[in-house]
Write a new protein. Structure first.
Length: 317
């Protein structure tokens, strides 16, 4: 009887040693539910590695669990052939900026950029099936997830066979990447234009590349604004004058969102179009990637999750 009470007391003591911080750490490593993490830690007597192994047995491989987590950090990587005629740009995502600086992660992204340029995969699925380091890209990705403990995803890429020569620019710890196809221009000009694109973020090369719906939306806004201004002034504005104002607003919008219409960041007296004309050069195309652009980042509230799961446990009791 006494022995039974002693064992029970030891069990309570072991439970007490499993802190919320330990549960959180294990959950971040495995993405397992909080209560499962607590059970695994209790079974492992607080040994983190053993608890992780228990969860892997119960819930499957860590990589499959990590795949459900949002990866909105990462890097842009590029590869350009020695002759400047062929290149690729790729965005690979992870969960934290810390991992985005990891040497293994950076080596993986660089290898992918080279593969895109040399093998010409049609899409991310095709790229994932290509051979890399004695296995496939996807298996290499999964192995990297297992090693670093974060989700890693290949988001997008573009391969360019240049009309001229490729120029590139990487900014902000590889958070912004630009590839420019410059025809009949010096390498320094290509670099300047790539830097300009990174800073000014044009949506298209010229007006022909701006979606018609975006232009129409701008026209509607300009029309409503002109009508509102006329109403405030109390004056009647002739339709032809109103139309000119609206068109002026649309043209201003197009200058702001197109590379050719933008003011060069290194010379506020000159547009990119004028800069290229003065150098007798042209931009055949460009690609701009900003890491995580358009990805909704998840904000975890660990305390709220704890309370929710405690409530669920009480209901089940």
């Amino acid at each position: 009887m006494f022995l039974g009470k002693l064992n029970s007391a030891r069990g309570i003591a072991a439970m007490a040693e499993i802190t919320a911080g330990m549960v959180k750490e294990l959950r971040e490593k495995t993405d397992a539910p909080m209560m499962e993490c607590k059970k695994a830690l209790t079974e492992a007597e607080g040994v983190m590695d053993k608890a992780e192994e228990i969860l892997r047995v119960k819930l499957g491989n860590k990589a499959s669990k990590a795949a459900s987590r949002i990866a909105a950090e990462g890097v842009v990587a590029m590869h350009i052939a020695a002759n400047g005629k062929l290149g690729a740009i790729i965005e690979v995502n992870c969960e934290t900026d810390f991992v985005a600086k990891n040497d293994d992660f950076l080596a993986f992204t660089g290898a992918l950029a080279r593969l895109v340029a040399e093998q010409k995969p049609a899409d991310v699925t095709a790229l994932s099936g290509l051979p890399l380091d004695g296995t496939t890209v996807d298996e290499r990705r999964k192995a990297l997830i297992g090693k670093i403990g974060e989700n890693v995803s290949i988001r997008r890429f573009v391969r360019i066979a240049a009309e001229g020569r490729l120029a590139s620019y990487i900014h902000g710890g590889a958070k912004i990447g630009v590839l420019v196809d410059l025809a009949d221009g010096e390498d320094t000009l290509g670099k300047d234009i790539a830097m300009h694109i990174a800073a000014s973020k044009p949506k298209a090369l010229d007006a022909s590349g701006v979606p018609a719906e975006a232009i129409e939306a701008e026209r509607r806004v300009a029309t409503e604004k002109a009508a509102e201004d006329a109403a405030k002034s109390g004056k009647s504005i002739p339709p032809e004058i109103m139309a000119k104002r609206v068109e002026g607003s649309v043209q201003k919008f197009l200058k702001e969102v197109t590379l050719m219409g933008q003011i060069f960041v290194k010379n506020d007296k000159q547009t990119i179009e004028q800069l290229l004309k003065s150098a007798d050069a042209k931009v055949a195309g460009f690609v701009l990637y900003v890491v995580g652009e358009g990805i909704e980042k998840k904000k975890d509230d660990f305390a709220a999750e704890v309370m929710a799961q405690v409530g669920q446990a009480r209901q089940q009791a």
